[in-house]
Design a binder for this molecule. Structure first.
Ligand SMILES: C[S@@+](CC[C@H](N)C(=O)[O-])C[C@H]1O[C@@H](n2cnc3c(N)ncnc32)[C@H](O)[C@@H]1O
Length: 237
């Protein structure tokens, strides 16, 4: 086990010292074999409901922009993004009902966050991404903030860039903004994007206000958080 030193005892523990040696093979395999797993009915239903909301928004706002907040947890980032982009509709998606349904303490009662241009959905993104692609949502920005890192080497295919849905994920929207406290995760995603012909830039997160509870936790414990931005507008739309 190698311990990546990023601040304290909660730092990522991984047996990888760099990019996974099989990542290129895995990504290429996923690009050459379409992901055809049947949709789960609960995600299909959830997508149908939120899609009505999205289509109504687009009907009222001909230049309307959708911002996707994948793995939104309790939806703090979804609300903050709604405040930051008042003309957009922010869709936060998480598979955990306990997180989606949890009230963020003190959040809704603060005037700062009394925004309405967002929607939280419980759904599995492995299905949701394919439904978004089929419905051709005009996603301007796609945030993936602190996804589960799955740091054990044997779990590489559970990371988003190692998953079968990656070719679909990367073909949605104009820009992906991915954050993690594990730099290797971002470097791997950057390599997977590069295989798709897309360039991504990695930088340190330097926001004053944490976007998410996980970001707040990592920053409070002195860990560096990282951000990768991949411009996807030119890809497969
Ligand atoms: C480490 S948490 C980060 C939550 C939040 N973004 C934050 O930074 O506070 C990762 C989240 O991803 C969600 N997640 C993992 N796999 C998912 C999937 N396939 N579909 C939807 N959500 C998923 C988990 O339920 C969890 O809430």
């Amino acid at each position: 086990m190698t311990i990546e030193i990023t601040g304290d005892s909660k730092a990522i523990v991984t047996n990888q010292t760099g990019i996974h040696e099989k990542l290129e093979l895995i990504v290429e395999k996923h690009f050459s074999h379409p992901f055809q797993k049947p949709y789960q009915s609960h995600t299909k239903q959830a997508f149908g409901d939120v899609n009505q909301f999205v289509q109504a928004f687009l009907a009222d706002n001909s230049d309307g922009e959708i911002i996707l907040d994948s793995c939104c947890g309790v939806g703090q980032s979804t609300r903050l993004l709604a405040k930051r982009y008042p003309d957009a509709l922010i869709i936060g998606v998480d598979k955990s009902s306990s997180r989606i349904e949890r009230n963020v303490e003190g959040f809704d009662s603060r005037d700062d966050y009394s925004v309405e241009n967002f929607h939280l959905v419980r759904a599995d993104l492995n299905d949701f991404y394919r439904l978004v692609k089929t419905a051709n949502w005009p996603v301007k920005k796609h945030y993936i903030l602190y996804p589960n890192p799955w740091p054990k080497s044997k779990h590489v295919q559970r990371r988003w860039h190692g998953s079968a849905v990656f070719p679909t994920l990367i073909s949605i929207g104009d820009q992906i903004i991915l954050r993690s406290n594990w730099l290797i995760y971002l470097e791997e995603f950057q390599l997977a994007a590069d295989i798709a012909g897309l360039i991504g830039n990695i930088m340190k997160v330097s926001d004053d206000e944490p976007l998410t509870p996980f970001e707040a936790k990592y920053q409070a414990s002195g860990q560096q958080c990282w951000q990768l931005i991949v411009e996807t507008a030119c890809y497969g739309h």
